[in-house]
Design a protein around this ligand. Structure first.
Ligand SMILES: [Fe+2]
Length: 351
């Protein structure tokens, strides 16, 4: 299985993962002649697809959580967040807790050393997918840092609910397809406080999860909001949420910006440790995340084009590449282990 740009679909590609619109299947796994759906898919905001072709048959791509849980998760989060303005009941929270519990189990039991955080999001469903992803990534970070199952669940809950307050921000600011003005940004900056206050009404939510909601925009150097806390003054759970939030926001496409490949988003986080993020957390999690997830299409410094075939444990920037095209554009079939060729680097990620 591999990832391609919808634009680059060709006749010989078969769909490797079904495409859903909520619970309805838009295209079934195994559908052939995908290129005929190209325009329709692009119209629907689906810019990337997982396909099977002669280059990718033995490339395995293990998602962090099961596809079914992802769909179910999005539904539960949508239901929960859409109810914020009328008030949440303990029952709504019970359902969300069940979800966090299930996802935490999957991540705890998944002993893949490298986390594949490649995620595809559609702009129209951004808020819900982002909330789910921040929950999932926070859980994964908590696992790497060695927290107990109980703490992992609290961290997952805080991650899923981190942007609750955005539901109480006027839509015209929230969905503005451009950068916000200063005064609009000031209104937007109220969302941690608004979310925190709303969730305070529900005593079954742990105060630590609520802290993540309140403090996920605090930054290590004190330049964040709402309180401008520095370093360890911000609870470690909220420092985890800050990393998960920024990573997911960068690696997804928004109305005003294309998505950043995983390695660029990770580089951004790396370059901002000690200024924006906690270095100790970043240092521990980086070796466990695939910079170039399996199935990504890449261009090497040799000019060759290839697909990431597998990862080298402990070396997240040096995966094994299946070369499919030579530097002169001729079809090629070879394998290259970047760990054995330290002079060659990945220059560009296409998909
Ligand atoms: Fe936020």
């Amino acid at each position: 299985m591999r990832l391609v740009l919808t634009e680059d679909l060709t006749q010989e590609m078969k769909l490797a993962k079904a495409i859903y619109d909520n619970d309805n299947i838009l295209l079934n796994k195994g559908v052939k002649n995908l290129h005929q759906y190209k325009d329709r898919l692009l119209e629907l905001g689906i810019d990337y697809l997982y396909v099977e072709d002669k280059y990718s048959a033995d490339i395995e791509l293990k998602p962090v959580i099961k596809e079914k849980s992802r769909r179910q998760g999005k539904k539960v989060i949508k239901k929960t967040l859409d109810k914020i303005s009328e008030g949440l009941s303990q029952n709504d929270i019970k359902e969300l807790k069940g979800l966090v519990d299930e996802i935490s189990s999957q991540i705890i039991l998944n002993d893949e050393v490298l986390l594949n955080l490649h995620s595809l999001k559609r702009t129209s469903e951004y808020t819900y997918e982002h909330s789910l992803n921040v929950g999932v990534i926070s859980i994964a970070i908590a696992k790497i840092l060695g927290y107990s199952r109980n703490d992992i669940c609290k961290i997952g809950m805080g991650g899923m609910l981190h942007d609750t307050g955005k539901k109480l921000i006027p839509e015209k600011i929230l969905k503005k397809p451009a950068r916000l003005t200063d005064s609009e940004y000031d209104i937007m900056k109220n969302h941690p406080q608004l979310g925190f206050e709303e969730l305070q009404k529900l005593e079954t939510i742990s105060p630590l999860s609520r802290t993540m909601v309140f403090s996920h925009h605090e930054r290590w150097d004190g330049t964040g909001y709402p309180r401008g806390l520095k370093g360890e003054e911000t609870h470690v759970f909220a420092r985890i949420a800050a990393i998960a939030d920024v990573f997911d926001a960068l690696s997804s496409s928004r109305v005003y910006r294309d998505k950043m490949p995983v390695h660029k988003a990770l580089e951004y986080i790396m370059h901002h440790t000690e200024t924006l993020f906690d270095y100790q957390i970043v240092k521990k999690i980086l070796p466990k995340i695939s910079f170039y997830p399996n199935g990504s299409e890449v261009i090497l410094s040799t000019g060759e084009r290839g697909i990431v075939k597998a990862q080298n444990r402990g070396f997240p920037t040096r995966p094994i590449i299946r070369i499919i095209q030579s530097s002169t554009g001729k079809e090629k079939d070879a394998e290259l282990d970047l760990l054995k060729h330290m002079n060659i680097v990945i220059e560009e990620v296409i998909a």
